[in-house]
Structure formats: structure tokens, C-alpha cells
Design a protein around this ligand. Sequence first.
Ligand code: NDP
Length: 246
Amino acid sequence: MTFDFYDQTVVITGGTRGIGRATAEAFLSAGADVICLYGGDEAAAEDMRACHESAGGLRIECLDVADGAAVQAFWRRLEDEDVRPQILVNNAGIRRDAVLAMMPEEDWRRVIDVNLTGAYLMSKYAVQGMSNRRYGRIVNITSPSGQLGFEGQANYAASKAGMVALTKSLSREVARRNVTVNCVSPGFIDTDFIRDLPDDQAARYKATVPVKRFGKASEVASAILFLASRESAYINGAMLEVTGGL
Ligand code: NDP
């Protein structure tokens, strides 16, 4: 399936590495203007800038999605510049794993703040414009951890389960305005996010995946573009699993 996003602007949080970067590159190839937000890894942002500066259509900004004032200022700036995104991908995510009894409160709060509150903040401002213009697509990235729970991931799993609930609730609120809200649940995807796994643990996880390999970021990007396309108009409040059958 080829997608056409000419004349559309996409905002992607966590858009300079991993799944977010692959998604940004797929949108750029499909003709969209893309705004990538990132948390602070300047080297990754610079690398992406260098790879795409000649193509045009890409803007990269550092923005902590958990910072309410900064998020509001970002959306105000877009409005002042007459930039009106049709698509938001809430992809930024972090892990700070520890068994719950040993989990510092700071790590509980930061994971919820970035993964869940960040999506709330970004969506809050995005849907205002989308609702007024009677068109929009929001795609949220959740995780099987949010459905199953994983040892050492109470904070992460709670944030990702919350993402599904946020998706379903918001999808009901804005459906009549022609705005859809869905989520994608990637399985084990080969990005920096899971590269800290010890080899034996990675091998054990791989063995649990029916297709017997980790996924590629580009394979998640395809699902995101589908849900962000005009063709997916009747899919709302759904969760699309991209897990190799996990
Ligand atoms: P990466 O670690 O490769 O990339 C994470 C991205 O999020 C980076 O661009 C990072 O920016 C950004 N980010 C982190 N914190 C913030 C913040 N406070 N504000 C703005 N941006 C921030 O992760 P993946 O690409 O693998 O993961 C993307 C999403 O997919 C996450 O939500 C993750 O939970 C989810 N996921 C991933 C899976 C996997 O196996 N990889 C499995 C299931 C879900 P910077 O570069 O500046 O740090």
C-alpha cells in the first residue's frame, strides 16, 4: 500500500530515534511535512537533520513532552506560524525498570509523566485545532506490557495501559468531528529501547515471538501511517498489534 500525505503536516514525539525516526522518514517519503520532537539527545537529532536537510519538509525541535508550559508554547508557536497539523503521533517513551518494591518514586513519576502525561498534553492542544477544522488523526504508541504487565515494569506497564484508556476515551470525545484516535502496540522492536537487554534475555524473548525475530522500526511505521491515513476513517479507538504474533 502506498500512502499520500501531500499537504499534510505531522507532529511526531520522539521522532529522531527508533520507531519515531522510521515513522518520520516514512511520512517524508509519502510527501508530508514532518515536525519531529525529541527529549535531549542532540547527536541523534543532528544525525537526522544531516540525513534529511536537502529534502526539505522536516523540522526538528527539542521539547520535553512532560513539560506542560513548553508543550503549550509549542502549539501556540505553530498557531502563530499558521502551521496546522492534521496528524499527531504520540510516540515518545522511556523505561526505568525496577521491581516495584525497589522502584524510586522519581522513576515511577518520570515514566508516567513522559509516556502518559506527555500524550495527554500533546493531544489536548492538537485536538483543539483538529476539532475546529473537522479533521485529524492521532496515533498513540502503547505496548504489550500495558496489557500483560512485565516484571520490573510496573511504571511502564501502567503508563502504556493508561495510553489505551486515553485513546479509547478521547476517540469517543472527538469522533463526531472527524478526528480518529487509535493506538499501535509494537512487540519487541530492534531499537535503542531494548538494546540494553542482556544477550541471553534477548534470545529468550525472541524465542517467544512466533515469527522468531524482533521487528523493525519501519514495520511499526507502516501501521502508524495506515492509521494516520484518510483510508482508515472508520477505525477509531482501536489497538493495532505489530508484534509478530506475540
Ligand atoms: P527509542 O528509545 O529508540 O526512542 C525514544 C524517543 O523518545 C527518542 O526520540 C527520545 O528522544 C524520545 N523521548 C524520550 N523522552 C522524551 C521526552 N521527555 N520528550 C520528548 N521526547 C522524548 O525508543 P523506541 O523507538 O523503541 O520506542 C518508541 C515508542 O515505542 C515508545 O513509546 C516505546 O515505549 C514504544 N515501544 C517500543 C518497543 C520496542 O521494543 N522498541 C516495544 C513496545 C513499545 P531523545 O533521542 O532526545 O532521547
